[in-house]
Design a protein around this ligand. Sequence first.
Ligand code: PMP
Length: 286
Amino acid sequence: MTRTVYVNGEYLPETDAKISIFDRGFLMADAVYEVTSVLDGKLIDFEGHAVRLKRSLDALDMAEPCTKDELLDIHRKLVELNEINEGLIYLQVTRGSDGDRDFVFPSEDTAPTIVLFTQNKPGLADSPAARKGAKIISIDDIRWGRRDIKTVQLLYPSMGKMMAKKAGADDAWMIEDGYVTEGTSNNAYFVKNGTIVTRPLSNDILHGITRKAVLRMAEEAQMKIEERLFTIDEAKEADEAFTTSASAFVMPVVEIDGVALGDGTPGPIACRLREIYLEESRAAAV
Ligand code: PMP
């Protein structure tokens, strides 16, 4: 089935969608994005993603391409047109193009580019990967200093995933100044003696929408949480570990740099949080 995608106000077959070669998203990675998951044909935490999109745009002095209500309509229409029951909606906004390449930003009346497309992922919630748990390796974090802005500069995270694959693992956690920052495309946590430990929010990590929801749910379930810096060695000695992201929800981690955590299977807290997250998110989906 040819996907119907959205480009600057139009719904088009993916093969007819066009963006200028001078678009700053293409030339300069001058663009921000969001990924929203779809379960039961409904959007998970749309509000959180819309708020973070605005924050990213504001941080880069980029114009909003449309209102939040329009954005919701576009998301819903794409779900309907592409018959998505479980999957993802990718949204990208760029600073647009004024028809040439220049380091200087184009004038403020240059229209932003907005693109959305769907990814059909049957079985997203009941994922075999989550039942197995992920093996991760640690790598240096050599990204820029504003990781709280969700830009499309994803080359290094993408290389990190490839380093993991090459090492026979599934993903990588990044380390800066001796402390874990986050995963290539997720926030990182470990659990020791019943306490969930994760790095506090700052410019060093993305403020995960799933992180916020999961920490709230963990608190409501009377789980203990510590937001502090942690080393990879602490994580390796943990009882269990996990990651969170909008596309993989709560993903148990069973191995770090070749060291099995606990008995090497997904831990009870990660599994419980995945269940709670999926249940509550489905109930609140729009
Ligand atoms: N950190 C990074 C670097 C990411 O790319 C992502 C996913 N985009 C996350 C964390 C998780 O954020 P969210 O829960 O909003 O998907």
